[in-house]
Ligand binder design. Structure first.
Ligand code: MN
Length: 324
C-alpha cells in the first residue's frame, strides 16, 4: 500500500523502550481514489514511531467495497523497508517490479522486501465484496537496507496455544514453526484469536518490545484494556505476555521485535537515513518512472499495469532535522 497522505510528515524515528503499557489511538487516513477508502493508522504517531523494526501499521475494514470502492493503488515506490500484507477478508492482486504477480488472501502473508528500491501496485479483485486487513511495514537495518528487492509468500498453519489460535506470519512464537519469510532483525508477527472471556499466556522473547493491534472485540494486555482498533505497546524485559479477551471473541495482531536502535527518516513511501537521501529517491522516482526516463533504473517497472504510476507529493519546504 502507498502512504497517500497529501503532506506526509518527514519523520525521524528512534526506539524508546518503556516499562508500562502504552495505548496508541488510531487516526483515520484516506487512501485516495474516487470514494476514498480510509485506513486506521496506529504507527507511526507522535507518541511512538517503532515497535522493534515495525514502523508502519495501517488497519482497514471490514469495508463494503460497494461503498468504499475498494483498494486501487497504482504503482508506487518503496526503499529501505519490507511490506507485510495480511488480510482477514477479501482479496488483493499484487504486481511488482521483481516480476512478482500474486494474490493476497486471508491467512496468507505476502512479504515484499524493497531493499534498494522496488515499485508495486495493489488492487482489490472484482470478486471482493468486503475488504478487511492490515498493511504493515518493517524498517530494514542500515547493514541490509540496500539488498536487491524480492517477494515472498507463506501460509502459516493455525497453531493452538491454550485457548488461543495463532497464525505466525513473521518469525516464531510459542513453539510455532519459524515463518519461512526472511527478516533482517529479530521480529515476530502473528494473528491471535481468542474466545470471549478466555486468556492466554504467551512466552515471548524478553529482548523484544511488543504491540497488540485489536481488530475485533477488546483485549486486556497484561492488566491494561486495549479497545478495538487501538494498539497496545509494551517494552522489553519480560518473558511472557498475557492477553485476555473481553466479552466478545478477540482477534488481534501481535507485532514484536528487538528495538531497531537506529534513527530512520520516513517520508511518503521511502525510508532513508537523511534528508538528502530521501530527496534523491524522490527525484529518481519522478524522473525515471513518472517522467518515463528510465525503465531500468532503481525502481524497475511493473508489468501488466495499464495506467500511470503514482507521482510523489511535494517535499516540505524546510530541511527537516533528526528529532532527538
Ligand atoms: Mn506499497
Amino acid at each position: 500500500m502507498s502512504n497517500l497522505e497529501v503532506e506526509p510528515d518527514e519523520l525521524v524515528a528512534d526506539a524508546q523502550p518503556e516499562a508500562s503499557i502504552q495505548v496508541l489511538e488510531p487516526r483515520e487516513v484516506p487512501l485516495g481514489g474516487p470514494r476514498a477508502m480510509t485506513v486506521r493508522r496506529t504507527l507511526p504517531q507522535r507518541a511512538r514511531s517503532l515497535i522493534g523494526a515495525w514502523c508502519f501499521v495501517d488497519h482497514y475494514g471490514p469495508d463494503d467495497v460497494a461503498d468504499t470502492g475498494g483498494m486501487t493503488v497504482p504503482p508506487h515506490p518503496h526503499t529501505g523497508l519490507q511490506t507485510v500484507s495480511w488480510l482477514f477478508e477479501g482479496e488483493v492482486e499484487h504486481r511488482d517490479s521483481t516480476g512478482a504477480h500474486a494474490m493476497v488472501r486471508p491467512g496468507e502473508v505476502n512479504l515484499m522486501t524493497a531493499g534498494s528500491g522496488i515499485q508495486h501496485s495493489e488492487v482489490s479483485t472484482p470478486e471482493t465484496r468486503r475488504l478487511h486487513g492490515a498493511q504493515l511495514w518493517v524498517a530494514l537495518p542500515d547493514r541490509d537496507r540496500h539488498v536487491a528487492p524480492f517477494f515472498e509468500h507463506a501460509e502459516p498453519a493455525p497453531l493452538p496455544v491454550g485457548d488461543a489460535t495463532l497464525r505466525v506470519f513473521v518469525g516464531e512464537l510459542a513453539g510455532s514453526a519459524p515463518s519461512p519469510v526472511r527478516t533482517f532483525t529479530g521480529l515476530v508477527g502473528a494473528q491471535l484469536d481468542l474466545p470471549a472471556g478466555a486468556s492466554v499466556d504467551l512466552p515471548v522473547n524478553p529482548h523484544f518490545e511488543h504491540g497488540l493491534l485489536v481488530d475485533a472485540g477488546t483485549a486486556l494486555l497484561d492488566h491494561t484494556e486495549i479497545p478495538r482498533d487501538h494498539l497496545g505497546y509494551r517494552g522489553p524485559g519480560r518473558d511472557s505476555l498475557r492477553v485476555t479477551a473481553g466479552d466478545a471473541p478477540l482477534r488481534a495482531l501481535l507485532l514484536g521485535g528487538e528495538p531497531l536502535g537506529e534513527p530512520i527518516v520516513m517520508w511518503w513511501n521511502f525510508i532513508g537515513r537523511d534528508h538528502d537521501e530521501i530527496v534523491a529517491f524522490r527525484e529518481q522516482w519522478q524522473g525515471e518512472v513518472v517522467g518515463g526516463a528510465d525503465a531500468h533504473g532503481r525502481f524497475g517497472r511493473v508489468e501488466g499495469w495499464n495506467g500511470s504510476a503514482l507521482p510523489a507529493p511535494v517535499l516540505p519546504t524546510v530541511r527537516l532535522k533528526p528529532r532527538d
